[in-house]
Ligand binder design. Structure first.
Ligand code: NAP
Length: 248
């Protein structure tokens, strides 16, 4: 018996990085996986093929998580294709870093829309299904930066801190219906998002990690697996730091 046998999951932004890692771990544990991308079609289709080969149902959908309308359509389509939704992982996210002095209004708005408004869009869209089922697990991908702040990332930190407030509020609102909502705060994880940083910044991050290494998408996916599975049936409204001890 696998931990997610027969469960149906939606993961936003799984065409690369952490999202791909989550999709792989969920499928290995028996989940059927619907996942989205915004522009990386080729890797998304390759992942769809890889997951189907594991014997589960998997499908990639092009959908902009920042759009309320597209999120509603996506969820309706997933319900038609898969017949239910047990797990939602709000993982899609971007950075547009700059010092506040130089940050444009557009760069602030885009990061808030894609990282935070998307969480509202998707959670609202799956809510009715989970309420009817009287069961569901929602996992929001926050960040260490949302907990402690970071110079040069006011937009990103605000979006990730906002996700934590959203997570705790959803946990309080939907707990009586057996819908759980938790957040993960990854530290420094080696993906395309962090590849953009210069070596000096990366070394600075690494130096501050007690475990002395950057994290992998699988490190985050394993924490997600805990929140997605019945192993965490009595856990809601929590933020789990998966950061090699960075916030200790
Ligand atoms: P990544 O490698 O840049 O991947 C981002 C994913 O999000 C891609 O699949 C991308 O799809 C998708 N995406 C971007 N905009 C989207 C939109 N509007 N609608 C739907 N999908 C969209 O990032 P990552 O490092 O894996 O990060 C994943 C999540 O973890 C993010 O929320 C990030 O903030 C968070 N996080 C990352 C780290 C880290 O150190 N890497 C640390 C803390 C938190 P396309 O390829 O199609 O654009």
């Amino acid at each position: 018996m696998k931990l997610l046998d027969g469960k149906i999951a939606i993961i936003t932004g799984a065409s690369r990085g952490i999202g791909t890692g989550i999709a792989q771990v969920f499928a290995e544990q028996g989940a059927n996986v619907a996942f989205t991308y915004s522009s990386s079609e080729a890797p998304a289709l390759a992942l769809e093929k890889e997951l189907n080969a594991l014997g589960v149902k998997a499908k990639a959908y092009k959908s902009n998580a920042a759009s309320f309308e597209e999120s509603e359509k996506l969820v309706a389509q997933v319900l038609e294709d898969f017949g239910g939704i047990d797990i939602l992982v709000n993982n899609a996210g971007i950075t547009k870093d700059n010092l506040l002095m130089r940050m444009s209004e557009d760069d602030f708005d885009k990061v808030i829309e894609i990282n935070l408004k998307s969480v509202f869009n998707m959670t609202k869209a799956v809510q009715r299904t989970m309420l009817k089922q009287r069961k569901g697990s929602i996992i929001n991908m926050s960040s260490v930066v949302g907990v402690k702040g970071n110079a040069g990332q006011t937009n990103y930190a605000a979006s990730k801190a906002g996700m934590i407030g959203f997570t705790k509020s959803v946990a309080l609102e939907l707990g009586s219906r057996n819908i759980r909502c938790n957040a993960i705060a990854p530290g420094f994880i080696e993906t395309e998002m962090t590849e953009k940083l210069d070596e000096k910044t990366v070394q600075g991050w690494r130096d501050g990690i007690p475990l002395k290494r950057g994290g992998t998408p699988k490190d985050i996916a394993n924490a997600c697996l805990f929140f997605a599975s019945d192993l965490s049936d009595y856990v809601t409204g929590q933020v789990l730091n998966v950061d090699g001890g960075m916030l200790t």
